[in-house]
Design a protein around this ligand. Structure first.
Ligand code: PGA
Length: 248
C-alpha cells in the first residue's frame, strides 16, 4: 500500500515534493552520478515546477547533472505546438534552470515510427540507469501518465487512445474539445513502476473519488492508478480536498 500525506494546501505539497527532488539530485551528485527524474505535466504540477525554479534561483539547486524523462505527449503535436507537453516543460522548467537540452526527454508526438520511438524511450531510460524519482498526477479516469483504463500491469511505453473524460478535462488547455488530440504516447504502467520512488500529487475535490479508488480498490486494469499499490516506495501527496474521500 502506498503512503499518503495530507498537506495543508497544494503549495505545501509542491514544496515537499520539490524538496524530495532536491535531495535526489544532491544524493546522486554525492555518488558522482546523474539524477534521473520522471516528470509529469498538467495543471497539478505547476506549483511544483514553480518551487523547483525558486530552489534553482534562490538556493543554487543545479540541474546540470540531471536527466529527465516525461511521461507522455499528445500524438500529432510537434514540440513547438503551444499545447504540446514539450512546450509545457520548456516553459515551466527547462528554460528556467540549467539543465542541458540534450538531457531532457519528452516523447515525440510526431515520430514517423511511434513504436520505434516508444522502444527508444525504454532503452534511453535503461541506459540512464532507471528513474530515481517519478512525479505523477492522476486523471479522473484513474490514468497515470496517459495509461487510460484498461491498462495492464505489464504495459510498456506505447501509443494509447485517450478517454473522452480526459479529452474533456484537458480541453481547458486547448479552448475546445475538438482540438484535443485523440491519442498519445505514454510510458507504460510497468515503466512507471520501475522507478525507484514515486511521488503522486493530487489536489482538489474533483480528485477525491479517484484518489479513494486508487487506494482502496483491488489493483486492476480498470483503474490503472491502483497498480501503484504494488510499489514499495510510492507516496500520495494530497490537499484536504483531494483527501476527502472516505478512509484515507
Ligand atoms: P491535471 O492532470 O493535473 O491537469 O489534473 C492530471 C493527469 O491527467 O494526470
Amino acid at each position: 500500500m502506498s503512503n499518503v500525506i495530507v498537506h495543508p494546501d497544494a503549495a505545501s505539497a509542491a514544496a515537499a515534493v520539490a524538496a524530495s527532488v532536491a535531495q535526489v539530485i544532491r544524493d546522486a551528485r554525492r555518488q558522482d552520478r546523474k539524477a534521473v527524474l520522471g516528470l509529469a505535466t498538467g495543471l497539478t504540477p505547476l506549483p511544483f515546477y514553480r518551487e523547483l525554479v525558486r530552489l534553482h534561483r534562490e538556493q543554487g539547486l543545479s540541474f546540470a547533472d540531471v536527466i529527465t524523462f516525461n511521461l507522455d505527449e499528445y500524438e500529432g503535436l510537434a514540440g513547438s505546438h503551444p499545447q504540446s507537453y514539450r512546450r509545457y516543460m520548456d516553459e515551466h522548467l527547462f528554460s528556467q534552470v540549467d539543465i542541458p537540452a540534450s538531457a531532457t526527454h519528452v516523447p515525440d508526438g510526431t515520430a514517423a515510427d511511434p513504436e520505434q520511438a516508444c522502444r527508444d524511450i525504454e532503452d534511453a531510460i535503461r541506459r540512464a540507469g532507471g528513474v530515481d524519482l517519478q512525479i505523477l498526477g492522476i486523471g479522473r479516469t484513474g490514468h497515470i501518465g496517459f495509461n487510460e483504463p484498461p491498462s495492464l500491469r505489464e504495459s510498456r511505453t506505447r501509443r494509447v487512445v485517450l478517454d473522452e473524460t480526459t479529452r474533456r478535462d484537458n480541453s481547458v488547455f486547448f479552448g475546445n474539445i475538438e482540438s484535443v488530440p485523440r491519442a498519445a504516447l505514454t510510458m507504460g504502467i510497468a515503466t512507471i513502476l520501475d522507478a525507484r520512488r514515486i511521488e503522486l500529487l493530487a489536489f482538489g475535490r474533483g480528485k477525491a473519488e479517484i484518489v479513494r479508488r486508487a487506494r482502496q480498490e483491488k489493483p486492476g486494469p480498470d483503474c490503472p492508478a491502483t497498480w501503484l499499490q504494488d510499489h514499495g516506495a510510492c507516496t500520495f501527496h494530497l490537499d484536504p480536498e483531494s483527501a476527502s474521500g472516505s478512509a484515507i
